[in-house]
Design a protein around this ligand. Structure first.
Ligand SMILES: Nc1nc2c(ncn2[C@@H]2O[C@H](COP(=O)(O)OP(=O)(O)OP(=O)(O)O)[C@@H](O)[C@H]2O)c(=O)[nH]1
Length: 593
């Protein structure tokens, strides 16, 4: 006895194959052909009976060759020239059968009736076994009935669930049972007798709706292909979405024995399963697309975003968040805990200027169970606005927005609203705010203060003679000289036109106020060089002392203005202190420039 002992198997476990080798050899003794395949359908092992049953493989079969090669030799021998063009499909169907086969079936090959069984072999792949039925063996169903009349006389087969059909050697129907009659919609079993199965199949479809015809055509093709080499089970569609599975066996007497199983429910379930699978696949694809879209959106967002899950692990952190917070990519790619991100930031000095209570909160995990909005000044000077929103079930989503530009423009707008655009001194509104504050503090007992109201003398002729631009430069120089003369903390303002004011703090007496006014006049006195012109300007200054000249900002302004007017009337470059009871000569609201 010889077995083709092959070199080490390509994929299957060598130990399992070694165990199977003697078994495969022993099967030869029983006249059973055997061939083993691995899980990828590559040929592993076969015996001598296999080559006897399938002489087309002798000298050709090889270890490791795909099952498809085996099938190709098989069909090349079997198919006639008309059928050969369809060989690839036969091979594909043969592979599908090989992979899914559960029930044995009989087919004729090389003059033999071969019953083939196939089953999976765990750890190896699949085993296929063939027995020559025509050579005798256990009694087949065919041998139980020597005469079809035996069947006709009994109702036994009418009580089984499946349809049965027996054909003569000329393929004409000799007998069918009642379930068969019912399945194919025949009048009675006599209606089938003498017909070929294909004719019964046509009868079954005779009353079908036209839209079902493509299915009928499909069924005819299946019949034609499968009845030729009856053996492998096949399925045919029937009207009204019903299906029949036909399992054929051929007896040595040339008769065919067919079981017809109504698999409508099974088929429906399969279709439902397929539809559910398709839907699952579609929604999975949709989900994948959506998640890719979401990921792309997150990566392109102008806002940073971070999602911390209930276990305090950073689940999502987009590129912008990493940029805004200076977080290293490798740390964020490691699905870090939120605490380790905070630790990293702490080590980088991110929280060096954070108030102690907030720092304690950060050390305790830094996540609140309620929505919050706050701004974090970064060590690099940028300001990040942070929104933190808790997620139901734990965790938090944070968004990070760089609001440095917004903050800068707001500061600029605030500055513009309180300062004079030409001289950069504070404007009238800001001066009045400071004055109101000074009154408030003085009322609480702080030292008295003075308001100096300053109007440039004969400014108009400068404009008229040298132009507005020169006038502007003179105003800027006047502002600079006043700013330099005033002490730190004293407020110097341009009230409008050629009018200025100084808020002088801690004025112990009248003399101290006059002294500043004189210093202001002295500072203005030196000529100014503007665009090649040598210009000299003076000013008239009115002083209002708190509380003598009034105890509110408005009164103090009006009295300082009035005193300035008196000074102006007195002549250039003079100073006038407001005296209680003096008439108000000019309202501060009156236009002066
Ligand atoms: N160049 C320039 N001139 C201004 C500006 N604002 C107001 N003026 C001018 O300043 C002048 C102020 O008028 P007045 O106060 O009557 O002129 P003055 O010659 O100083 O008169 P007295 O105060 O009585 O000495 C007007 O000619 C205004 O047009 C400014 O921003 N730039």
């Amino acid at each position: 006895m010889s077995v083709d002992l092959q070199p080490a198997p390509l994929r299957a476990a060598a130990a399992a194959l070694d165990l199977l080798r003697p078994l495969v050899e022993a099967l030869d003794g029983l006249g059973i052909a055997c061939c083993l395949f691995d899980t990828a359908d590559a040929t592993l092992l076969w015996n001598r009976s296999f080559l006897q049953f399938f002489p087309e493989h002798a000298g050709a079969i090889q270890v490791g060759e795909p099952y498809a090669h085996n099938l190709r030799r098989f069909y090349e021998k079997r198919l006639d020239d008309l059928e050969k063009p369809a060989i690839e499909r036969y091979i594909a169907e043969g592979i599908a059968r090989h992979q899914a086969q559960q029930q044995p079936f009989v087919f004729s090959h090389g003059g033999r009736q071969l019953r083939v069984a196939s089953l999976p072999l765990p750890g190896v792949g699949r085993i296929r076994l063939w027995r020559d039925e025509s050579a005798g063996g256990p009694a087949s169903m065919a041998r139980c009935f020597t005469d079809v009349a035996d069947l006709d006389g009994t109702a036994l087969f009418d009580h089984v669930a499946d349809g049965f059909m027996v054909t003569d050697p000329d393929h004409c129907i000799a007998w069918v049972n009642e379930p068969f009659v019912h399945l194919y919609g025949l009048v009675d079993r006599a209606a089938a007798r003498g017909l070929r199965f294909e004719a019964v199949y046509r009868l079954a479809w005779s009353g079908a709706a036209p839209q079902e015809h493509p299915l009928f055509e499909q069924g005819l093709v299946v019949l034609e292909e499968n009845l030729r080499f009856a053996g492998a089970p096949f399925e045919v569609p029937l009207p009204q979405a019903r299906w029949s599975r036909v399992v054929a066996q051929h007896g040595p007497d040339g008769r065919g024995y067919f079981a017809h199983v109504d698999i409508t429910v099974l088929k429906r379930q399969q279709q439902q399963l397929l539809a559910a699978e398709r839907r699952a696949r579609e929604s999975e694809t949709l989900l994948r697309q959506k998640s890719a879209l979401l990921e792309a959106t997150l990566e392109r967002m102008e806002q940073g975003i971070m999602m911390v899950n209930a276990q305090r692990v950073v689940e999502v952190c987009n590129r912008r968040a990493m940029q805004l917070l200076d977080l290293p990519e490798d740390l964020m790619a490691s699905r870090p805990s939120f605490q380790s991100v905070l630790d990293y930031q702490m080590a980088q000095g991110e929280f060096d200027h954070t108030p102690a209570d907030v720092l304690d909160f950060i050390r305790e995990g830094g996540i609140l169970g309620v929505s919050q909005r706050y701004e974090r000044p970064r060590p690099d000077g940028r300001v990040i606005e942070i929104f933190s929103v808790p997620i139901e079930g734990g965790g938090v989503v944070r968004t990070y927005t760089d609001i440095s530009d917004r903050r800068r423009s707001e500061a600029r707008i605030r500055h513009l609203a309180r300062h004079d655009g030409l001289t950069a001194l504070v404007n009238r509104d800001a001066f009045l705010e400071s004055l109101t504050e000074a009154v408030h503090v003085a009322r609480l007992g702080a030292a008295p203060f003075a308001v100096h109201y300053i109007d440039i003398d004969n400014f108009k002729p400068i404009n008229d003679r040298f132009g507005h631009a020169v006038g502007d430069q003179v105003l800027v120089m006047v502002a600079d000289r006043m700013r330099q003369t005033a002490k730190d903390g004293e407020v110097v303002a341009r009230l409008g036109g050629d009018e200025f004011a100084v808020l002088q703090y801690r004025v112990g007496n009248e003399q101290s106020a006059r002294s500043l006014a004189d210093r202001l006049l002295a500072a203005l006195a030196p000529p100014m060089e503007v665009e090649g012109h040598r210009l000299t300007v003076g000013a008239s200054i009115g002083i209002a002392l708190y509380p003598e000249a009034g105890d509110d900002a408005d009164l103090l302004m009006r009295h300082a203005d009035s005193a300035m007017y008196v000074a102006k009337v007195q002549g250039a470059a003079s100073v006038q202190l407001y005296a209680r009871g003096a008439p108000v000569l000019r309202s501060s609201a009156s236009p002066s420039g």
